[in-house]
Design a protein around this ligand. Sequence first.
Ligand SMILES: Cc1cc2nc3c(=O)[nH]c(=O)nc-3n(C[C@H](O)[C@H](O)[C@H](O)COP(=O)(O)O)c2cc1C
Ligand SMILES: [Fe+2]
Ligand SMILES: [Fe+2]
Length: 401
Amino acid sequence: MAPRILSQEVAREFYLLRVDDEKVNYFEALWSIPEKVTYNAYLLVGNGEVVLFDCWKNTYADELVETIKGIVDPRDITHIIVHHAEPDHSGSLPRVLEVNGFRAEVVTYSMGKSILEAFYKISPKFRIVKDGDELALAGENIKIIHTPWLHWPETIMSYLSGRKILLSCDAFGGYSIPRTIFDDEEVVREYLPSVRKYVATVIGFYRQHIIRNVEKIQSLGLSIDMIAPAHGLIWKRRPQLIVDYYRALAEGRPDEYKILVISGSMYGLMEAATRVAVEEVERLGGRVVFYRFDDSEQPPFSDILGDAIDSKAIILATPTYEVGIYPPLDQLVELITKKIPQKPVLVVGSYGWAGVAAKKVSEKLGGSGFKVIDVIEFQGSASEKNIQRIREGVKKLFESP
Ligand SMILES: Cc1cc2nc3c(=O)[nH]c(=O)nc-3n(C[C@H](O)[C@H](O)[C@H](O)COP(=O)(O)O)c2cc1C
Ligand SMILES: [Fe+2]
Ligand SMILES: [Fe+2]
């Protein structure tokens, strides 16, 4: 089936080229995304010059060339600004250059050049830019902003001074295939959970750089009428909303009532104890988001991380498995320590003969700065005393700042 492509002039002689990737199941071959994703490239035309900003994944190289042909002759592209060398945006660059006859200058940050050369074994004309450079192209003044680690070290943004548009690449993007091109109110409401999931999985590890780069952009005092990211919605109605949302996620400003509960249970003993915690959260007025790993369900890490990033606290329950943490939770805890802002956690464990899992979880999370409220580990099912401790632990989670 041919992919859906949206090619539209979104400002004067400035075009969005968006492809909806319905084929991808695992973003970065890791993150389950049944909601899918879009790749947004942009084209600016003027004064006899044509500037292409980013490309699509190589799966859609032919479609990108055809879409460009709907607006200009690809041979007339004079500049290709590569904001980020990751192949979801650069994969079809070699094909575009080929059709272009390698006439265009490839504009990148210095490290972008070496990555593109190494990935694709191409040697186009490069123009290396640095932070603060201003390029007069296609009748526009394009200001280059180096935004390291959003998402890679070489990532840059472009600000079109005349049109007041910020092309932000991965930052301010999200998963899913939004129904609209722009940030209509109702669509934004549907879309933000996919942004949260995207930030947690893709940029969560670099969250300090979200804060740093947002501050950097703000310090430039740019007047921004539109934010045009490389994934998802274009922000025209309220560009500040997505900037504030990214910052809140990066700072770990939580939803005060949301408690994430994650439980692994091979035969149900652990889950029975977890249900006490769930009940207690609800009794105290909290909202539980519950993920359970058992013999009928193995929920995707991507969804759990998306719900972890803005939760007030986490309750993690794991049986001991072969002298360790129940394997899926072991991997999940590792990801949480890397990608999720520190928050209070309550750890519960069940074992058969010698419990270690809960202790190990608390060491991993505690060692990464998470505030471990209590570690409650018991043989088999929870006793009345353990149940009381679980209830007290939940109460402390709410009280913890
Ligand atoms: C495959 C498997 C491996 C286990 N390995 C250990 C172990 O290394 N140490 C231990 O004390 N208990 C071990 N157990 C026992 C469980 O930790 C114990 O039964 C626990 O109460 C299980 O809770 P659950 O039914 O919620 O998974 C193991 C159980 C299974 C099924
Ligand atoms: Fe990226
Ligand atoms: Fe990307």
